[in-house]
Design a protein around this ligand. Structure first.
Ligand code: NDP
Length: 464
């Protein structure tokens, strides 16, 4: 029988890799994890967590505006370097907790870049004794290397643009920023910078931001972010970025030329597979460059699995964690589990934020051949009543008319991400509209609208 150095070797210590490594080591297996950067991965180091801190820092500006309506006088100033420093201290603390938890579980952490030599052999450059390469073998390997920002490399002047990764560490807050893209990251960072007082332009090639989301959500959010001062340019993209004496000139295909101090591209992320040695190990990629896996996250190599963004299934941290748990159950507990991607709630931390679970109206109409009832309400949250803010909230329920099941919930407005987490329980449980309605309201809240929606939307009631 072949003996290996490890039972499991995990490549990538992000949310998915760490969870799988810990569970497996706690189950008594010999596990190592290699990480070339800091432990914690995209979410903790350069994604969800620092982003949320930035959203919270930025959102104070709006809170101060509202506070004035309530009688407060506020003379607020924002210190970007101070914020970045405290944020980074917290990120380092969280990364340290991840390291400690790996240690407590008995996982060996190897700081270095792991490359597959064959299906059972991993080489970590410079980590051997005497500074040479470290070569180890493992019975099973889990690839959890995540994704990387992607930019259109052929665009003239693209070298002047930054991605979200650099946006977390700008030495100073710019006066003007232009963000290209219309997805999660573009919309979230546009809100962050606008809230912090930066003159912010969002440019997106499509007809409206957040492609794939419900059309009412897209339209509502586009209107609300404009109210918060973001200039939104739709149906247009760059032809060039040019350095000038006073900034960066964004040359757009509609003939517009816009000068800004920073240009950020949030044009998607791509699986991080480059130089991993996948071919040598027999691990194949799909047409979009993601690692090909089956329902149980097994790759085309019999002893190698992959989870998280590197497989480009549903690129969300909690999903990667669930995929890790399913991998562990399948491989080490004789309990094959395929993660269920249906009705996974998601939030866009725009300002105002978005919370969504289940099907958009269009998806439901396609799935149920039109047998869909829609309930929509738009209102001004009570908090804004006498503040001068005309920000409005959107709530929308999509119901399968045949079964009365609520199959989609869409919220744009304050606390939408918190609300959607709870709404997701009901959607996942397959509860009917009648059951939602039987739930007594909590008053006065915004969320009570979710259980008091009585009027089905028709062409006349959907005035927008
Ligand atoms: P998305 O895929 O969400 O959005 C990419 C955007 O870039 C789209 O608007 C796309 O346009 C546009 N785009 C793509 N190629 C080009 C191009 N060549 N020129 C101009 N525009 C282009 O990616 P993000 O980078 O925003 O986020 C990546 C993923 O990370 C998300 O999909 C999500 O899974 C995850 N994420 C989740 C967050 C959360 O849960 N809150 C936060 C951040 C990220 P088009 O729509 O026309 O294709």
């Amino acid at each position: 029988m072949t003996t290996y150095d490890y039972d499991l070797f995990v490549i990538g210590a992000g949310s998915g890799g760490v969870r799988a490594a810990r569970l497996t080591a706690l189950g008594g297996k010999r596990v190592a994890v290699a990480e070339e950067h800091r432990v914690g991965g995209t979410c903790v180091i350069r994604g969800c967590v620092p982003k949320k801190f930035m959203v919270m820092a930025s959102d104070f500006a709006h809170a101060f505006e509202i506070a004035e309506g309530y009688g407060w006088t506020i003379d607020a100033r924002f210190d970007w370097p101070k914020f970045i420093e405290t944020k980074d201290v917290e990120i380092a603390r969280l990364s340290g907790i991840y390291v400690a938890n790996l240690g407590k579980a008995g996982v060996e952490l190897i700081h270095g870049r792991a490359v597959l030599k064959d299906a059972h052999t991993v080489v970590i450059a410079g980590k051997g004794e005497d500074g040479g390469d470290l070569t180890v073998t493992a019975e099973k390997i889990l690839i959890a290397t995540g994704g990387r920002p992607w930019m259109p490399e052929s665009l003239p002047g693209i070298e002047h643009a930054i991605t979200s990764e650099e946006a977390f560490h700008l030495p100073a807050l710019p006066k003007r920023i232009l963000i290209a893209g219309g997805g999660y990251i573009a919309v979230e960072f546009a809100g962050i910078f606008a809230g912090l007082g930066v003159e912010t332009t969002l440019i997106y090639r499509g007809p409206n931001i957040l492609r794939g989301f419900d059309d009412d959500v897209r339209a509502h959010l586009a209107g609300e972010i404009e109210k918060r001062g973001i200039k939104v340019i739709l149906g247009c993209q760059h032809t060039e970025i040019r350095q000038t004496e006073s900034g960066l000139l964004n040359v757009l295909e509609n003939g517009m030329e816009l000068e800004t101090d920073v240009v950020m591209f949030a044009t998607g992320r791509t699986p991080h597979v480059k130089g991993l040695g996948l071919e040598a190990a027999g691990v194949e990629l799909d047409d979009d460059g993601a690692i090909k896996v089956d329902d149980l996250s097994r790759t085309t190599a019999e002893n190698i699995w992959a989870i998280g963004d590197v497989t480009d299934r549903m690129n969300l941290t909690p999903v990667a964690i669930r995929e890790a748990v399913a991998f562990h159950e399948t491989v080490y507990r004789d309990n094959p589990q395929a993660f269920d991607y249906e009705a996974v709630a998601t939030a866009v931390f725009s300002q105002p934020p978005v919370g969504v679970v289940g099907l958009s109206e269009n998806e439901a109409r396609r799935a149920f051949e039109g047998a869909v009832d829609v309930y929509v309400t738009r209102f001004r949250p009570m908090k804004y009543a006498f503040t001068g803010s005309d920000e409005r909230m959107l709530m929308k329920l999509v119901v399968h008319a045949g079964t009365d099941r609520v199959v989609g919930v869409h919220i744009v407005g304050p606390e939408a991400p918190e609300m959607i987490q709870l709404a997701a329980i009901a959607v996942k449980a397959g509860l009917t509209k009648a059951q939602w309605d039987a739930t007594c309201a909590v008053h006065p809240t915004m969320a009570e609208e979710l259980v008091t929606l009585k009027v089905k939307q028709t062409a006349e009631t959907n005035a927008g």
